[in-house]
Write a protein that binds this ligand. Structure first.
Ligand SMILES: NC(=O)c1ccc[n+]([C@@H]2O[C@H](COP(=O)([O-])OP(=O)(O)OC[C@H]3O[C@@H](n4cnc5c(N)ncnc54)[C@H](OP(=O)(O)O)[C@@H]3O)[C@@H](O)[C@H]2O)c1
Length: 346
């Protein structure tokens, strides 16, 4: 009898223990799940707030760019995004140093800025594909100017369509030119202006990267690699110098209608250069790493979801992209169709 009651008690204890274990496991899992959801919600809310601040509120909360210094230096300032940045900075009251390879174009942009905004300009004619030899000349030209802002914008692509690395025309020369223009220019120009900024304890360096410098993109391998260089260089430099009052902002746009993109039609996905520069300058002080405008930030977020690494790097997608007609061909065909249509009508 005693043994039976002991056994009964023991079985009851076991059952209670099992029940306790089950409940505590369920509770722990529920707690963990709840915590995860809370973290995700917090992250999402933080991202929304950052986006709102960067692209909407920044229009009202514009940073005083004069606080960085009187002069802004822009590389590749004769057309596209560089020209738009130079004009936007002049509109906001800065004097501008314009760097480019064509003296005529430089003088034209300088005249435009002087006439429209009454700002001082200085032009420096250089070809960034030439490599390290040009920087002592640039240093001499910049001497004595209080440079508050540097926009490292100059950049070029290997081809105007998707191509395998070995399809690069004049590869031997082109490889060096692209590396000189897209990466050497960023580091050397930074070396020239950063000491002055550090001495004054303030300064802003804007480096134009690309969405192709956020993730690797096959068929534009060299361009994508140079832009990833710009992205990493900017982010590391910002971490090193922010405590000394220097902001290094990396801007990674998607499509902007410029010569590089064959001046494609502006729409809700493709920004005009001036529209892009206006929004991108607004983000200064609100983010050290940005797509530059709301439309591109949304596209970038969508791309990271819809085009994951495994798909973007797949042979399948590379073949699909390679089979697409390039922009020039499309334009030629469109104009041929238009001509034929006009002749038929006549
Ligand atoms: N457009 C886009 O969709 C897009 C997207 C992402 C990133 N980006 C980046 O944005 C930057 C500007 O691109 P963009 O579209 O404005 O290009 P763009 O219209 O071709 O303008 C490039 C500017 O750089 C100058 N330049 C080119 N090669 C040069 C050299 N070797 N030496 C001196 N100056 C030179 C050009 O001078 P000329 O007037 O004499 O040609 C022009 O002023 C680039 O870094 C590009 O990678 C552009």
């Amino acid at each position: 009898m005693f043994l039976q009651s002991q056994l009964f008690c023991y079985r009851k204890m076991l059952l209670a223990q099992e029940l306790y274990c089950k409940t505590s496991l369920t509770d722990t899992l529920a707690l963990f799940g709840g915590l995860m959801v809370a973290i995700c919600l917090l992250k999402f809310t933080w991202k929304c707030w950052c986006g709102l601040r960067q692209f909407v509120l920044s229009e009202q909360w514009q940073v005083d760019l004069h606080a960085y210094g009187q002069w802004a230096v822009v590389t590749g300032a004769t057309s596209g995004i560089g020209r738009a940045y130079a004009t936007e900075l002049a509109r906001r009251g800065l004097d501008v140093v314009l760097l480019g390879r064509s003296d005529n174009k430089l003088r034209m942009v300088a005249r435009e800025i002087k006439n429209e905004y009454g700002r001082r300009t200085h032009t420096i004619q250089v070809d960034f594909t030439e490599g390290g030899s040009i920087y002592s000349y640039i240093a001499k030209e910049l001497q004595g100017l209080q440079i508050g802002i540097l926009v490292n914008n100059v950049g070029m692509t290997c081809t105007d369509h998707f191509a395998y690395f070995l399809e690069t025309p004049d590869a031997e020369q082109k490889i060096t030119q692209i590396i000189n223009c897209n990466t050497l220019s960023v580091t050397q120009m930074t070396r020239l202006v950063l000491p002055g900024m550090v001495d004054r304890g303030t300064g802003l360096i804007i480096n134009i990267s690309s969405e192709m410098g956020v993730r690797p993109h096959p068929l534009v391998a060299l361009y994508s690699a140079t832009k990833i260089f710009v992205t990493y260089f900017s982010r590391c430099l910002h971490a090193e110098y922010k405590s000394m009052g220097i902001t290094v902002q990396c801007v990674a746009p998607l499509m902007v209608s410029t010569n590089m993109t064959h001046n494609m039609q502006v729409n809700c996905l493709v920004k005009s250069a001036s529209g892009f520069a206006y929004e991108a300058v607004n983000t200064v002080g609100h983010s050290s790493y940005t797509s530059g405008c709301l439309s591109h930030a949304l596209q970038s977020a969508a791309l990271s979801l819809l085009l994951p690494d495994w798909l973007r790097m797949s042979t399948f997608l590379i073949r699909v992209l390679k089979s697409l007609p390039n922009t020039k061909t499309c334009r030629r065909k469109a104009s041929q169709r238009k001509e034929r249509f006009t002749v038929t009508k006549e």
